[in-house]
Design a protein around this ligand. Structure first.
Ligand SMILES: [Zn+2]
Length: 322
C-alpha cells in the first residue's frame, strides 16, 4: 500500500459512501453512512466524518493529498456549488460543497456530478480505457450521462453536457420526468419508470379481462418486475423490452449526432442483464447511421466502486487540469 492517497466520496439520496484510493488506483478502505435529512450542511457533516475516518487509516509518513466528490444534481465543477438538484436530496441545491469541505479538511476538493465522476473513472480505468470519444450513460433511479474525450470530461459552459434524461422519446411514460415534464427518456426507461409502466399495464389488462380495475396505487419494485419477466410474465417482458428499445433508439440518435467511439452503459437497471441490454443494443444498431453500426455498446466495468474510484481520480486530475 503506497501513496499518494486520495479519497473519493459518493453522495446519494439514501447513502453517503467514501473510499481511500492508493497511488495505484486501488481502493484500500471503504466507509459509508445513511444520508441524513436536514439539507446540505447535515449531508456535508456526515461526509466530513467519513473522510476523517479514512484519513486515520493512512500509515505514518503517508498522507491524503486530495478529495473528490460525486454529487447529485447540476454541479459547477469550478466553484463546487450545487446549481440545481431534484427531490432526491432535499435542501441540496445551493450547497457550497467544495468550499465547505476544503475549509473543514484543509485539502483540495474536486466536485462534479455523480454520473460524471463515474464516467471519469470508466474512461480512465474501466471500459473506456484506451478509447477516445465516449458517450456514457447511467440508468438507475434516474438517467444520467457524460461525454469524455481522451479521458477528460466535456463540461460545456452551463454544466449540463451529458444530461440525456430529457431527450424526447416517441412514447408516453407512466411517470413524470424528474424535470417535471413528460415524454422524456427518464420517464420511460429509468428504474421507477419501468416499475410504474408494469403496474399500469397490469392494472389495465386485469380491467380488460375481469372487468375489475386493479388498485391504481399498486406498487411493484423493479427487481420483482425482472423476476416476473424471467418467470415468463409477458407484461413484465414487454415493459423491459420497450424501455430498453426506447433508450437504445434515443442513444442511436445521439451517437449519430456526436460520432463517438463507444457507448458505455452502467447503473442499477443494467444489473437486469440481457433482458435489458440485448434489446437496448439491438435497437441502437437498427437506428444508428450506417457508418456507426460497429460502435460498441459496452457495459461499465468498475461496478459498485465506480463512483468512489471516479471521484478519487477526479481529485488527482483536477490539479493537472486547472
Ligand atoms: Zn425531463
Amino acid at each position: 500500500m503506497a501513496g499518494p492517497y486520495s479519497i473519493g466520496v459518493d453522495i446519494g439520496g439514501t447513502k453517503i459512501a467514501a473510499g481511500l484510493m492508493d497511488g495505484a488506483g486501488q481502493l484500500q478502505h471503504r466507509s459509508h453512512a445513511a444520508t441524513p435529512s436536514g439539507g446540505g450542511a447535515a449531508v456535508l457533516s456526515v461526509a466530513i466524518a467519513l473522510i476523517e475516518e479514512l484519513r486515520s487509516k493512512v500509515d505514518d509518513g503517508d498522507v491524503v493529498v486530495a478529495i473528490g466528490v460525486g454529487a447529485p444534481g447540476v454541479v459547477d465543477p469550478v466553484t463546487g456549488v450545487v446549481l440545481s438538484a431534484t427531490q432526491v436530496l432535499p435542501g441540496w441545491a445551493g450547497t457550497a460543497v467544495r468550499a465547505d469541505l476544503e475549509s473543514a479538511t484543509g485539502l483540495p476538493v474536486a466536485v462534479d456530478n455523480d454520473v460524471r465522476a463515474m464516467a471519469f473513472g470508466e474512461a480512465n480505468a474501466g471500459a473506456g480505457k484506451g478509447l477516445s470519444r465516449l458517450l456514457q450513460v447511467s440508468v438507475g433511479t434516474g438517467i444520467g450521462g457524460a461525454l469524455t474525450r481522451d479521458g477528460r470530461l466535456e463540461r460545456g459552459n452551463h454544466g449540463t453536457t451529458g444530461e440525456i434524461a430529457h431527450l424526447l422519446v416517441p412514447a408516453v411514460g407512466a411517470i413524470t420526468c424528474g424535470c417535471g415534464r413528460s415524454d422524456h427518456v427518464e420517464a420511460i426507461a429509468s428504474g421507477p419508470a419501468i416499475a410504474a409502466s408494469y403496474a399500469a399495464r397490469v392494472a389495465t389488462s386485469s380491467e380488460g379481462v375481469a372487468g375489475i380495475a386493479a388498485a391504481p396505487s399498486e406498487s411493484i419494485a423493479l427487481p420483482e418486475v425482472v423476476a416476473r419477466a424471467i418467470a415468463g410474465d409477458s407484461d413484465a417482458q414487454f415493459v423491459l423490452q420497450y424501455a430498453a428499445t426506447m433508450l437504445g433508439r434515443a442513444l442511436a440518435g445521439l451517437v449519430s449526432a456526436l460520432d463517438v467511439d463507444a457507448v458505455i452503459v452502467g447503473g442499477g437497471v443494467l444489473g437486469i442483464g440481457a433482458q435489458f441490454s440485448t434489446p437496448l443494443s439491438d435497437a441502437f444498431r437498427a437506428e444508428v447511421l450506417p457508418p456507426l453500426r460497429d460502435v460498441p455498446v459496452l457495459t461499465a466495468q468498475l461496478g459498485v466502486d465506480a463512483p468512489l474510484i471516479g471521484a478519487a481520480m477526479l481529485s488527482i486530475h483536477q490539479g493537472a487540469d486547472q
